[in-house]
Design a protein around this ligand. Structure first.
Ligand code: CAA
Length: 259
């Protein structure tokens, strides 16, 4: 595997790939190089049939405190327009392997937007979520105005984006931004457990489930239902569908082949 400068990458047992943001001095601020590395590592895992779920995390102090303000500060609109980062965010969206985000500490700005690109979010009790861009005279630029609304609803999203209201882990849970809150020391175990659980399921069904759920965000109900139905039919062409149903009827655990 290539050497990365801003992230740590490893394979955990049970078909799980682990990516850890690692710029501790700046609370994992996301500079261009970090996003490039995250995308590279994600795509490498996505192309590896042995990896069936990915965990993305930061440190105990910060998942990520936002885009790197020092790097952005001198930029003008044409520089931002030319910035590859935004097309890379789009490519991150196309990773087919489910991504479990494990969030502790600050999860702000671009950090929160990166977290919202994850498919399942698990928070440590000390996590804080926010979109503080308004304090810098800008707005979220990597999906925050769109994904936060879909995650927590209009009123709360507006407050967060207009006034830098921050959410505690429990508030994030109640608002539906995350699906679990655990004590900080249990965060990685819990994220790896959920990831292994995903990784142990029928691989094609997992991918089509992820694709289908994500479509709920960007299409009409009618088109989404149609896509779901197509994916549902498609699974009846897999060996794993036969195996799954046969195993149920024979009262034994299924053996998935990913075919
Ligand atoms: N970019 C660059 N550096 C950052 C950073 C960021 N987003 N966040 C923190 N750092 C740096 C600090 O400058 C500081 O560096 P020095 O030690 O060299 O001074 C170091 O990380 C530690 O931070 P603090 O001393 O500020 O730590 P703290 O515990 O007092 O405060 C914090 C933590 C509340 C998160 C505070 O650092 C903060 O407010 N950070 C900025 C948060 C923010 O505005 N994020 C949005 C960025 S814009 C964006 O993300 C755009 C987008 O949508 C694409």
């Amino acid at each position: 595997e290539p050497t990365y400068e801003n992230i740590l990458v490893e394979r955990a047992e049970g078909g799980v790939g682990l990516i850890r943001l690692n710029r501790p001095k700046v609370l994992n601020a996301l500079n261009q190089a970090t996003i490039t590395e995250v995308l590279h590592a994600m795509q490498t895992f996505d192309n590896d049939a042995e990896v069936r779920a990915i965990v993305l995390t930061g440190s105990e102090r910060a998942f990520a405190a936002g885009s790197d303000i020092a790097e952005m500060s001198g930029k003008a609109a044409p520089d931002m327009l030319a910035d590859r980062r935004f097309s890379q965010w789009e490519e991150l969206r196309r990773v087919r392997t489910p991504i479990i985000g494990a969030v502790a500490g600050f999860c702000l700005g671009g950090g929160n937007e990166l977290a919202m690109l994850c498919d399942v979010l698990i928070a440590a009790e000390n996590a804080t979520f926010g979109q503080p861009e308004i304090n810098l005279g800008i707005i979220p630029g990597a999906g925050g105005t769109q994904r936060l609304v879909r995650a927590v609803g209009k009123s709360l999203a507006m407050e967060m984006i207009l006034t830098d209201r921050r959410l505690s882990a429990d508030e994030a849970l109640r608002a539906g931004l995350v699906s679990r809150v655990v004590p900080a020391e249990a965060l990685m175990d819990e994220a790896l457990r959920v990831a292994r659980s995903v990784a142990s399921r029928a691989p094609i069904a997992v991918r089509l489930a992820k694709t289908s759920v994500l479509r709920a965000f960007d299409t009409t109900l009618e088109v989404g239902l149609e896509l779901e139905r197509h994916n549902f039919y498609l699974l009846f062409s897999t060996e794993d569908q036969r195996e799954g149903m046969r195993a149920f009827l024979e009262k034994r655990p299924p053996v998935w082949r990913g075919r």
